[in-house]
Design a protein around this ligand. Structure first.
Ligand SMILES: Cc1cc2nc3c(=O)[nH]c(=O)nc-3n(C[C@H](O)[C@H](O)[C@H](O)COP(=O)(O)O)c2cc1C
Length: 205
């Protein structure tokens, strides 16, 4: 279905999460690489933004989840200021989705469930990496990885307490679709809080 038709439909969709789900199904089919990858923006205590790519999932409860090292730059920034923004760009479909809201830590049980799906090599790396801290060389990282494997040569690797999930509760979601002559579609959904109705607006491109 052309993007324009979906956005026209979107005007009648009271729940933008349904529209996200529909677009994500199409992204999984049409975007060859990592449709779940999104840019996550956080803000420092001084108000300076930073962003990076994380893997995301829209949960049944309507929040967007990602997993990371809670002592990383993003983790430190979210601890001081939970406001976050996520952007997906599905280039092959000419679509962008933007989500804004506050991020909260997921429970240990939820973080464990995701952790257990990860490959052992990734679990080891996540365990030994002090994400976002300097390291003298690549060799040092590889040595640490090998030592971990030989010292603890067992699986599954337990989830370290510094690694876990966050869920972003959306208060604003914007769908963007490429159209000819730069007359792109932009459909915005806003709400004041969870359970509140979504207000819809078509934005100029
Ligand atoms: C495609 C892709 C997916 C990524 N997924 C994650 C992820 O799910 N979690 C994560 O912590 N870092 C992920 N990263 C690495 C982050 O972009 C980033 O380098 C790292 O989290 C450190 O960010 P920070 O120093 O701003 O906290 C991914 C990078 C790419 C390119």
């Amino acid at each position: 279905m052309p993007a324009a038709d979906h956005l026209a439909e979107g005007m009648n969709v009271p729940d933008p999460l349904e529209l996200f789900r529909a677009w994500f199904v199409e992204a999984e089919a049409g975007e060859p690489d990592l449709p779940e990858a999104a840019h996550l923006a956080t803000v420092s205590a001084e108000g300076r933004p930073s962003n990076r790519v994380v893997l995301t999932r829209l949960r049944e409860d309507g929040t967007f989840e990602f997993h990371t090292n809670r002592q990383s730059l993003k983790g430190v920034e979210l601890a001081r200021n939970p406001h976050a923004a996520l952007t997906w760009h599905w280039k092959s479909l000419g679509r962008q989705v933007r989500v804004e809201g506050a991020a909260a830590m997921m429970t240990d049980e939820e973080s464990d469930a995701y952790w257990q799906q990860r490959a052992p090599g990734s679990q080891i790396s996540a365990t030994l990496s002090e994400q976002s801290q300097p390291v003298a060389s690549r060799e040092e990282l590889e040595t640490r990885h090998r030592e971990f494997e030989s010292r603890y040569g067992y699986f599954p690797v337990p989830r370290p307490s510094h690694w876990g999930g966050y869920r972003v509760t959306p208060l604003r979601i914007e769908f963007w679709a490429h159209r000819d002559d730069r007359l792109h579609d932009r459909l915005e959904f806003r709400r004041d809080g969870v359970g509140e109705p979504w207000a819809t607006a078509r934005l100029q491109p």
